[in-house]
Design a protein around this ligand. Sequence first.
Ligand code: 5GP
Length: 192
Amino acid sequence: MEKGIVFVISGPSGSGKSTIINRFIKKHKKDFFLSISATTREPRKGEIDKKDYYFYTKTKFKSNIKKNKFLEYAKVLDNFYGTPEKPVLDNINKGKNVIMDIDVRGANKIKTKLKNCVTVFMMPPDFNELEKRLRKRKTDSEKSIKKRLKLAKKELKERENYDYIIVNKDLKETINCLEIIIKLEKFRRYKI
Ligand code: 5GP
């Protein structure tokens, strides 16, 4: 049976990644599995455990690192984030595609570990727009916004290492771009 493809989406906080991914997965539930990461960060208002993230204590996170339960993990800002390995492997082995939202270091690790992986970098239309989005969502303190903007500048430089870059100007258009990429990548794999 043909294995599923792993689509890794990265981009700075405020680039609109989670909205895009959530809309996308609703539309493509049948063929796609959404990888839910584990994190030691506190849940934001409205976030639900096991749906948005597995919210772990540092102790539990570290114990899972020791047990090799993560496909990759990284410290982003002041917290740990990691991709649980089993659900990803189980799904690709049964032919289902996987989509995940992880940072640039995580994306690099996944690329070296999984052959069947496509990376997509989501760009905000411009830096001012990014700051506006971060402020509008009212989930981060001023200190956290500053840190996220600084990290965003650093992450934007990494976009050249990705297979595709999408400038997220419009929700519908971005989802359309993602669907085109997925179709193309499937055609490419028919050659193999
Ligand atoms: P946030 O705190 O805004 O939800 O996420 C902060 C950053 O952590 C984002 O850039 C997001 O892509 C990244 N992230 C989320 N889950 C994972 C993961 O499992 N692994 C890695 N390496 N980064 C992650």
